[in-house]
Ligand binder design. Structure first.
Ligand code: G3H
Length: 252
């Protein structure tokens, strides 16, 4: 797509006690972020306001005109064309991806979808299409899931040293490395590159480090050190090649 929004899940129970991995729920602060995201997304990712509450099935689907151009961007239109009171309306999909873990699903659960909020009178509207992907799950810490870094260091000091030496290649015992993450994110990157519609990814710090590095062109060896802050949406407008523009939206 041209525009990708990425966000970590809201603050989780494990974030506050500095444990890694697991499948914890959100804290009260994380839940506040989730509720904020529920109103931020409709206001920023698509421009719809509910006036009629009508569903898309009320409308008659017309033949899409492949040659038609978006009046605002002069790019070819994508999406499906419907008729509302005899006026053509383009329903343009936006995508929402989460991991399979509770903290990302709960973070995205207030985002309304599908958005079929048509005022009539034509125009271009967005519809959110949600998907849950295991590929977006957090880096799996294997035997050390649910431990703090201090506990790992105290009990398995040699492993901590190995990880510090090569964070990209280090694989947790019976778990994953950042190189493993790159391999499992690869199919999603292909899918992401095939769309034109905006995409919001709600995932985890390690996965988003890899995704972010890929989109903005940071070498993969540096990716495991990138900080992806909590409660921040990073908007990346990307030309699919080298040029990108980044905007961050923070929730306090
Ligand atoms: O829980 C895991 C973290 O998001 C990944 O952090 O790779 O810096 O240990 P780390």
């Amino acid at each position: 797509p041209r525009t990708v929004y990425v966000s970590r899940h809201g603050q989780s129970q494990y974030n506050v006690c500095q444990k890694i991995g697991g499948n914890p729920g959100l804290t009260a602060s994380g839940e506040r972020f989730a509720r904020w995201l529920g109103s931020w997304v409709p206001a920023h990712i698509w421009p719809a306001k509910n006036e009629t509450g009508r569903s898309v099935t009320d409308f008659e689907e017309l033949d899409a005109d492949d040659e038609a151009l978006d009046p605002h961007t002069a790019r070819p239109l994508f999406g499906r064309v419907f008729s509302v009171d005899d006026t053509p309306v383009i329903i343009r999909p936006a995508r929402l991806w989460t991991s399979t873990l509770k903290r990302t699903i709960d973070t995205a659960r207030h985002i309304p979808h599908p958005v079929l909020e048509l005022r009539g009178g034509g125009g271009v509207w967005h519809q959110m299409l949600p998907r849950v992907y295991r590929n977006l799950d957090e880096l799996f810490a294997g035997d050390y899931e649910g431990m703090t870094y201090k506990e790992i260091e105290a009990n398995f000091g040699g492993e901590s040293i190995l990880r510090k030496r090569d964070k990209l290649g280090y694989r947790y015992p019976r778990g994953e490395s950042y190189l493993d993450l790159i391999a499992r994110l690869d199919p999603l990157m292909h899918e992401l590159e095939s769309y034109a519609e905006p995409l919001l990814i709600v995932s985890h710090q390690a996965t988003l480090r890899i995704l972010y590095a890929y989109l903005v062109g940071i070498p993969r060896a540096e990716a495991p050190k990138i900080e992806i802050p909590l409660h921040t949406i990073i908007k990346i407008e990307w030309d699919g090649w080298q040029s990108f523009n980044e905007t961050r939206f923070h929730f306090d």
